[in-house]
Design a protein around this ligand. Structure first.
Ligand SMILES: Nc1ncnc2c1ncn2[C@@H]1O[C@H](COP(=O)(O)OP(=O)(O)OP(=O)(O)O)[C@@H](O)[C@H]1O
Ligand SMILES: [Mg+2]
Length: 332
């Protein structure tokens, strides 16, 4: 491999990484076959991103986010989106206190460290935009006061691909706010058998809170500092830009990009680089390698490319187009 691809950055401190490795392992034991989702959640935590999870009912979306939240020392909240939800149901409201004659702010569920928004596509557009503003800015405005949200602040939103009636699909511009768009496949028979064993075991003996040891704020801060120092060589940066530019029809993207109406923005390139740093760090490396980018690209790019009407009518999917681009784009 080209030496330039793996030039060393800082050393990864094994002690700083240990709580994350432990959490990763513990979550893998409790979520059969969901290693990718677990890694995406951990990476999002390390770089301050958010995750959109799409999957049929019963694929452990809620379970995954709840367990992940247990692994982060902080406040967890959950919002079940419905068409009659109001922005203030998320942000909170000013309530009048007769005793003091003043308004007090009653914070909503967005004031938490891990926020699960179930069935985000059932929320009306005003609620989605309040949510997405919070995700983009890390703050919300209620009345005349702007309030900062918690740190860390991670939104994990779910949507169900099989029910579209009465939903408000997230606009493409808003999908860009999610670092990852993860699609959960059905488990294979072997994994399903393990799921069954786990469910029956848990029914007989529910796991205690000690099953997962949480990563604390100081541990997270130390990890984030290290992640920021992970080396991204010029060759890896060039590869990232080749991939994003390919969604606009440049380079190897030509043929596939004809299916794309809205290409990926520079936010995609930045997401690939920072997520690559976190992934490398989780794997104990002080530098990003092209395969980090290759592995991450489908979940980073497919939520960010919008297909033409014709391509959609032909049954193309963003994920398949991104796959074609990945195949066609040289690593070096
Ligand atoms: N991969 C898995 N690992 C462990 N448990 C699983 C897995 N897949 C499914 N389960 C089991 O399935 C149950 C349903 O999971 P959960 O309620 O999290 O699904 P969901 O994806 O949120 O569904 P819905 O879309 O209906 O809300 C869980 O309680 C869990 O026991
Ligand atoms: Mg659920």
């Amino acid at each position: 491999m080209n030496a330039d691809l793996g030039a060393p950055g800082t050393n990864v401190d094994a002690a700083d990484r240990a709580p994350f490795s432990d959490l990763r392992r513990a979550l893998c034991d409790l979520l059969i076959g969901r290693e990718t989702l677990i890694d995406r959640l951990l990476v999002a935590l390390l770089v301050g991103g958010h995750v959109l999870i799409e999957g049929a009912p019963g694929l452990a979306k809620t379970r995954a986010v709840k367990l992940f939240a247990q692994g982060v020392d902080g406040v967890f909240s959950r919002i079940q989106a419905t068409p009659d939800l109001l922005p203030s149901d998320l942000t909170g409201t000013n309530v009048f206190r007769q005793e003091t004659g003043d308004f007090d702010f009653l914070p909503g569920p967005l004031f938490a460290n891990v926020v699960l928004v179930d069935e985000v596509n059932r929320a009306p557009p005003k609620v989605q935009s309040a949510l997405l503003e919070a995700m983009g800015e890390g703050q919300i405005t209620v009345g005349k006061t702007t309030r900062r949200l918690a740190d860390p602040f991670l939104v994990a939103a779910t949507q169900n691909p099989i029910e579209h009636e009465g939903t408000y699909p997230l606009p493409e511009a808003q999908l860009d706010r999610f670092l990852f768009f993860v699609e959960l496949p059905m488990p294979d028979a072997a994994d399903e058998r393990l799921v069954l064993d786990l469910a029956l075991g848990e029914a007989a003996e529910p796991p205690g809170a000690e099953a997962l040891s949480a990563v604390g704020p100081d541990q997270l801060a130390a990890a984030k500092n290290q992640v920021r120092c992970v080396h991204v060589s010029p060759a890896v940066r060039d590869y990232i830009v080749r991939l994003t530019a390919a969604t606009r029809g440049e380079g190897a993207g030509g043929a596939a990009a004809a299916a794309i109406e809205h290409p990926a923005s520079p936010r995609a390139s930045i997401g690939l680089a920072t997520a690559g740093q976190a992934m490398a760090w989780l794997d104990g490396r002080d530098h990003v390698v092209p395969s980090d980018i290759r592995d991450l690209a489908p979940d980073i790019l497919s939520g960010r490319v919008g297909l033409t009407y014709r391509a959609r009518a032909d049954g193309e999917t963003p994920r398949a187009i991104v796959g074609t681009i990945l195949e066609a784009t040289p690593v070096i």
